[in-house]
Design a protein around this ligand. Sequence first.
Ligand SMILES: O=C(CO)COP(=O)(O)O
Length: 253
Amino acid sequence: MTARRPLIAGNWKMNGLKADAELLAGGLASRYKALQKPAFDMLLCPPATLVSVVAGHIAGSGLVLGGQDCHASEKGAHTGDISAWMLRDLGCGYVIVGHSERRADHRESNAVVKDKAQAAQAAGLIAVICIGETEGERDRGEALSVVSEQIRGSLPAGATAQNTVLAYEPVWAIGTGRTPTPDDVAEIHAEARKVANQVMGGGGESLRILYGGSVKPSNAVDFLGLTDVDGALVGGASLKVDDFWAIAQACDA
Ligand SMILES: O=C(CO)COP(=O)(O)O
């Protein structure tokens, strides 16, 4: 059996005001804290405006905190951007980089994602590097090659299983209610682990690889039960305490 500890990560995206954060983070913190021996890590990635607020609500609970993006530089003249060091300063242990919404909305290339991941790791954060094919790429039979290329292009030189998490999120499954079959996910994750292992020069067996895209309580076990799936990156369903918690329970199923 694998020694990889499951990671259940909530990406709140551009959602939430202070009152929502209190309910959501506070509700999850009290449930997580009540566990005798949690069998999974739980990560909350609120929008930047709520990172400090959430930090206050999860203090002492064992939940971990992350940003949704960071700049590749430590500081400087980059209006509106946030550095990995700033996230670290607020208590973050993780940051998502290369989410497909940023790759699309902000034209982030693999090279940009790699620089951001490198900055995250230099700041002492774990980079959650997102990869995943579009619907057209899958239809053309290119899913495996696209994902491999993204891994080769987005993982920085110093990536290890300790400072990196991969998240496979097929673009067409995000927010659509559609998902790949468990067999498709298993195939991609096995390939992703193989390629990451090559890029990292070993250590890929310990690397956590998450699945993301329309994960909900009713399908979580289908994905979290797969050998090479080490957790989930959840969008919409991470905005409801009961749903997100139910997804995490699938780690024990
Ligand atoms: O993009 C995602 C998480 O990063 C997935 O979003 P949904 O769970 O809403 O499909």
